[in-house]
Design a protein. Structure first.
Length: 468
């Protein structure tokens, strides 16, 4: 019932702070030659940021205090790493149903009384919020040595994560005009790493030296539960009228036929591979950073590792904002991605060469630089893949990219955990360097066309013949 409550607070008249954004063509006499942009779009963007932040907070909680979690639940490094890996592992089988549900805005699955249960953006976000809520409330119920219950709670949050992470391009398409979509996708995408940043900082502060793991889980559960309830109540599917011409003419596309078209698209494969490597490396660093720098011979403290992780996220937000502005204004997706992959490789090389004890301030600078150049890869790639594959649904393309990131991240975390445990930290870091260097080279070969932008500027019409 919550999923299908109609949003009647907004009628088809504009509010004082809503505005017209013009017509597609001065000679176009269609009924849709004027577009209205609703101020409510920012509220919906904030609501999404709230739920994705909460889900990310749950994911990374245990990484900054891995040694304390191992002791509290009597598990080894693989056990604590599995709390992160399960998010990546669960993503793979859920990616297709989540992408289908997000894009199936006109499909009715079943009815609850007189309420039809349909797919779409709102349905997907509510599924994500409800699962995150259950996970947050269940985690504090896992007492000492009850690792199995903690793992079940973590698995529930992992299962619903694809409904959240696949949504940023869809939110931008549903609510924002062409000139604001890159910015909206950037904000929605970096909100998840903001949750990661909070997840880096809060656990060491709450757990401290007294192993207050139960306090961490309780405080975190209350905060995330409140966030999810707010989202469930107020999230909406779309505004009364479309914000762009591509939304006016959008149609549902067949999942299987869309996949068949994508498999033949060379430029999609380039973005697919490079994004998978970028996200996989980022997730690996987030999961293993504490283990990378805390063990011998480096022996950095938990709070120092948390500072490193928080700086990666903080400067990543700054970098994402800068890159989002560049692609929104100049449409230079390829050059922005090429530059960020190249610079990420350089800073990872420096990170590897300079890793040594008592270099805290040097590593604050390096982690800031890595975040500044690596995190923008996420939102820019998600927006680019929607542009080059239009009119294929945003949920499908975003889901495929995110799933590949998980596929890359899982073996990297397992490999990295074993190498770090056996004293081969430097060798593992060189593996990450090689992967980002390969992505830099591969992006040079990208020559995709921004199909959605060309359509909205009246220069090209979408081909739906192979998708319906």
């Amino acid at each position: 019932i919550i999923i299908n409550m109609t949003y009647e607070e907004e009628d088809e008249t504009t509010r004082e702070d809503d505005y017209l954004i013009g017509s597609k063509n001065d000679n176009d006499s269609s009924d849709h030659d004027e577009l209205i942009v609703y101020s409510q779009r920012w509220i919906q963007l904030v609501l999404f940021c709230v739920v994705t932040t909460g889900n990310a907070f749950l994911w990374i909680t245990f990484a900054p205090v891995a040694d304390k979690i191992q002791e509290y639940y009597s598990i080894g490094p693989l056990g604590v790493n599995s709390l992160s890996i399960i998010y990546m592992l669960a993503y793979i089988p859920i990616v297709f149903p989540s992408g289908w549900i997000l894009d199936a805005k006109n499909t009715t699955f079943f009815k609850i009384g007189r309420f039809p249960v349909k797919g779409g953006l709102r349905t997907g976000i509510i599924i994500g919020a409800v699962g995150t809520l259950i996970s947050a409330l269940l985690r504090p119920c896992a007492p000492k040595n009850w690792f199995w219950l903690l793992f079940i709670a973590q698995t529930i949050g992992a299962i619903v994560q694809p409904f959240i992470l696949n949504a940023p391009p869809l939110i931008a398409a549903n609510w924002f005009p062409d000139k604001e979509r890159a910015l909206a996708t950037t904000i929605a995408s970096v909100a998840n790493p903001v949750g990661v940043a909070v997840g880096f900082v809060m656990p060491p502060l709450l757990v401290g030296d007294n192993d207050r793991v139960e306090l961490l889980l309780l405080v975190q559960g209350i905060i995330v539960a409140i966030m999810c309830v707010v989202v469930i109540i107020f999230v909406r599917e779309k505004p009364p009228t479309p914000p762009s011409f591509s939304q006016i003419d959008s149609e549902e596309t067949s999942l299987l036929k869309s996949l068949f078209v994508l498999m033949k698209d060379r430029n999609f494969w380039i973005v697919f591979i490079t994004f998978g490597i970028g996200l996989g490396v980022f997730n690996t660093l987030a999961t293993l950073l504490q283990q990378l720098v805390n063990g011998p011979p480096y022996n950095y403290e938990d709070w120092q590792a948390s500072v490193f992780g928080a700086l990666v996220i903080l400067f990543g937000i700054v970098g994402s904002g800068i890159c989002g502005f560049l692609v929104e204004k100049y449409r230079v997706y390829k050059y922005v991605l090429l530059g960020t992959y190249f610079l990420s490789t350089i800073f990872l090389v420096l990170f590897t060469l300079l890793l040594a004890p008592d270099r805290f301030w040097i590593y604050t600078v390096l982690c800031s630089a890595i975040g500044l150049t690596m995190m923008p890869l996420l939102p820019i790639s998600l927006e680019l893949v929607v542009e080059i594959t239009y009119p294929i649904g945003e949920g499908i393309t975003a889901g495929l990219l995110m799933a590949n990131g998980q596929l890359v991240g899982i073996p990297l975390i397992v490999l990295g955990g074993n190498l770090i445990k056996n004293g081969h930290t430097i060798e593992f870091l060189w593996v990450l360097v090689g992967l980002t260097a390969f992505s830099s080279w591969l992006m040079i070969l990208f020559y995709g066309t921004l199909k959605r932008h060309l359509y909205e500027s009246g220069k090209e019409n979408p081909d739906l013949s192979n998708l319906n």
